[in-house]
Design a protein around this ligand. Structure first.
Ligand code: COA
Length: 202
């Protein structure tokens, strides 16, 4: 959890415990389905970039898919979705999506959400985290690079003809540069990611 309370009583005599904390990151549940659908609509202008209601429901039921909600003063204003994958060689993770309501952007919510996901991945033992992003999504690319992600390869026509993606990777140990370079493993992994039908991270 990323919440905090100020510990003071307000003019109505309410203690901080009675109020929603200003910032809170919490796991989502099926009760949040409607909220998550609305957030997708608000955050992604293009319908093809959004998770469908059915897909969100499936993610909420998947215990390997952390779904986090960011609340500001009790209102859901962002979410982050990931996947933890168990391979014979170890555990890896993917960020599917980090999305913040346009009214709440530029205030640190996206960074909080991404960091909370990375913490979940680390706790699950993931040695690397992957994601895909549109080549022109400068805010998201800046966020991910600032968190230690490095570009692995380009993904031509990943989203649609002419709409290219970039594949990024971040090792758990940021000092482990050998894991960042575009190794053959990374390129094969990126190709296999492209082949799956699930939506990438935006
Ligand atoms: C990408 C997104 C999640 C960032 O959320 P946010 O809450 O605005 O980001 P933050 O305020 O936490 O900023 C974190 C970092 O993101 C980058 N960033 C955010 N907005 C940016 C902008 N307009 N231009 C360039 N970089 C930007 C910066 O590196 C920033 O770090 P800084 O504040 O130290 O400069 C948000 O723009 C969004 O929801 N976009 C639509 C959905 C999407 O495309 N998601 C990503 C792919 S799934």
């Amino acid at each position: 959890m990323d919440g905090h309370a100020n510990g003071k009583a307000d003019s109505n005599g309410l203690r901080a415990d009675d109020e929603p904390p200003e910032h809170l990151i919490r796991p989502a549940s099926l009760r949040d389905l409607d909220v998550l659908v609305r957030l997708e609509e608000a955050c992604f202008p293009h319908a093809e970039d959004r998770f469908s209601r059915r897909r969100i429901r499936g993610l909420l039921l998947n215990r390997r898919a952390p779904v986090l909600i960011y609340e500001h003063n009790g209102r859901a204003m962002g979410n982050a979705v990931g996947l933890i994958r168990q391979h014979t060689s170890g555990v890896s993770a993917r960020i599917y999506s980090v999305a913040v309501h346009p009214q709440a952007r530029g205030l640190g919510a996206g960074r909080r959400l991404a960091e909370a996901l990375l913490t979940r991945f680390s706790e699950a033992g993931a040695r690397r985290t992957y994601l895909e992003v549109r080549v022109d999504n400068i805010p998201a690319i800046s966020l991910y690079v600032s968190l230690g992600f490095r570009q692995v390869c380009t993904l031509p026509d990943y989203y649609a003809p002419g709409q290219h993606g970039l594949s990024f990777c971040r090792p758990l140990d940021l000092g482990d540069a050998a894991l960042i370079g575009p190794t053959l493993f990374d390129q094969l992994e990126a190709k296999s990611l492209r082949a799956v039908t699930e939506r990438g991270s935006g």
